[in-house]
Design a protein around this ligand. Structure first.
Ligand SMILES: NC(=O)c1ccc[n+]([C@@H]2O[C@H](COP(=O)([O-])OP(=O)(O)OC[C@H]3O[C@@H](n4cnc5c(N)ncnc54)[C@H](O)[C@@H]3O)[C@@H](O)[C@H]2O)c1
Ligand SMILES: [Zn+2]
Length: 386
């Protein structure tokens, strides 16, 4: 026994998770970015290094010049250290060289812990740049500008980043709240249809676990959403983002130390499906199928009534989501469909205890720690016939 008592102190680090909504963030008259960048220290020029998703750059040909003009206009406060274009989409998270390249840019541009790294793009680019920013110099302040519905409503407004490793989603990453998130709703105007819908699915997910009124609102807006009505789309993004941020900030477990992950409802199967499809299925498309599986599983197990289950499947289909994919039947040599491996992989990702969120009503969730795989397969079989 040592004569020395253990040394123990609590460490508390206050974070502010802040998400701003605007249109035209780099119009010179728009003060949001400048004001935020100067909010910590005044009196020096705040170095910023930008990364832009190539698809966003192509869809917004004047963007680079606009950022340059913005920085020139605010040159007493801001100093642009470079604008780099990177390929967007899931492949960026599978490419370790990209993180190395960002580290090299950080070094060459003399970016320090009081500088900023800004990322403009889809969730995949934000996850990658966010990971590099969080790990270089043990953490550089990071601005996120999500440009997809899914990014603005979910992926971009949280506290996580990460890249894939050996085909495993988000195997390498950190919990690291961004300095700020700026949702410029104008970016959504150039999104391809499939990515436009991807944000809808995370809104349905969060409505199912937290807010039956929001679910009902989405049901009422099906036609408008299928037309991509701008104001309805923006309201959906705003309400969905608010739910995500509120949950992260108030759940008591922002860095997911425990095993309960309600925001990952429908995601155990989705993550595996994305991998089984070699990422041909987008995250949103995979989550739609994952939600369909866990909805029918909840019904089969007697947790959720059939009318509610039907309402959920109807809504997914009315919003033109596939609720079945042949990848669900893919086998890896054995007799059992590989999708079931997603349960064990989800457990590993969470930590010790498998914890799956299910529904007892629309807007109300609960957690289970065991899953009957025969019933999962039955649910999948039913989806094939719908
Ligand atoms: N960190 C988190 O908390 C978190 C949460 C959920 C999801 N995610 C991750 O987010 C990723 C999915 O993000 P996503 O749905 O934004 O997809 P994405 O990043 O793959 O982008 C979709 C496609 O649209 C393009 N694009 C982006 N914005 C555009 C625009 N405004 N106009 C035209 N094209 C545009 C991209 O280049 C890409 O090809 C997944 O990797 C997922 O794992 C992360
Ligand atoms: Zn998701």
């Amino acid at each position: 026994m040592s004569e020395f008592l253990p040394i123990e102190y609590p460490i508390q680090i206050p974070y502010q998770l802040r998400v701003y909504f605007t249109k035209g963030v780099f119009d010179t008259a728009n003060p949001i970015f400048r004001d935020l960048a100067c909010s910590r220290e005044s009196g020096n020029r705040h170095k910023t290094l930008f990364y832009i998703d190539e698809a966003v750059g192509e869809a917004n040909p004047g963007l680079v010049e606009q950022i340059e003009t913005y920085f020139k206009h605010h040159e007493n406060d801001l100093l642009l250290k470079g604008i780099h274009l990177l390929p967007g989409g899931e492949s960026i998270k599978n490419e370790p060289d990209i993180v190395d390249r960002i580290y090299a840019d950080i070094e060459n541009s003399r970016i320090c812990r009081h500088s900023y790294i800004a990322a403009i793009g889809g969730g995949a680019l934000l996850d990658t740049v966010g990971f590099a920013a969080a790990t270089a110099h043990r953490g550089i302040r990071h601005f996120r500008f999500p440009t997809t519905t899914l990014g603005q409503a979910d992926a971009g407004v949280g506290v996580k980043n990460g890249v894939n490793f050996h085909q495993k989603k988000n195997f390498v990453g950190t919990f690291s709240p961004p300095f700020a998130v700026i949702n410029d709703l104008r970016f959504l105007g150039t999104l391809p249809e499939v990515h436009m819908r991807n944000g809808y699915i995370e809104a349905i997910k969060v409505a199912l676990i937290r807010d039956s009124g929001f679910f009902k609102w989405i049901e009422l807006q099906v036609d408008a959403l299928n037309r991509f009505d701008e104001s309805v789309l923006e309201e959906l993004v705003y309400r969905c983002a608010k739910h995500h941020v509120a949950y992260i900030a108030t759940s008591g477990d922002p860095f997911e130390m425990g095993s309960v992950r309600p925001l990952d409802f429908g995601h155990w199967a989705a993550h595996k499906l994305e991998q089984l499809s070699d990422f041909k299925l987008s995250h949103g498309e995979a989550v739609a199928i994952g939600i369909a599986i866990d909805t029918l599983y909840s019904e089969e197990m007697g947790y959720l009534d059939s009318t509610s289950a039907q309402r959920i499947l109807n809504l997914l289909q009315q919003l033109k989501f596939e609720i079945y994919s042949d990848f669900l039947e893919k086998k890896n040599g054995g007799r059992i469909p590989s999708i079931l491996e997603g349960l064990e992989e989800f457990r590993e990702h969470l930590g010790g205890l498998l914890t799956i969120t299910l529904l007892k009503r629309i807007g109300s969730r609960f957690e289970v720690h065991e899953v009957n795989t025969d019933v999962v397969l039955k649910a999948i079989k039913r989806l094939k016939t719908l």
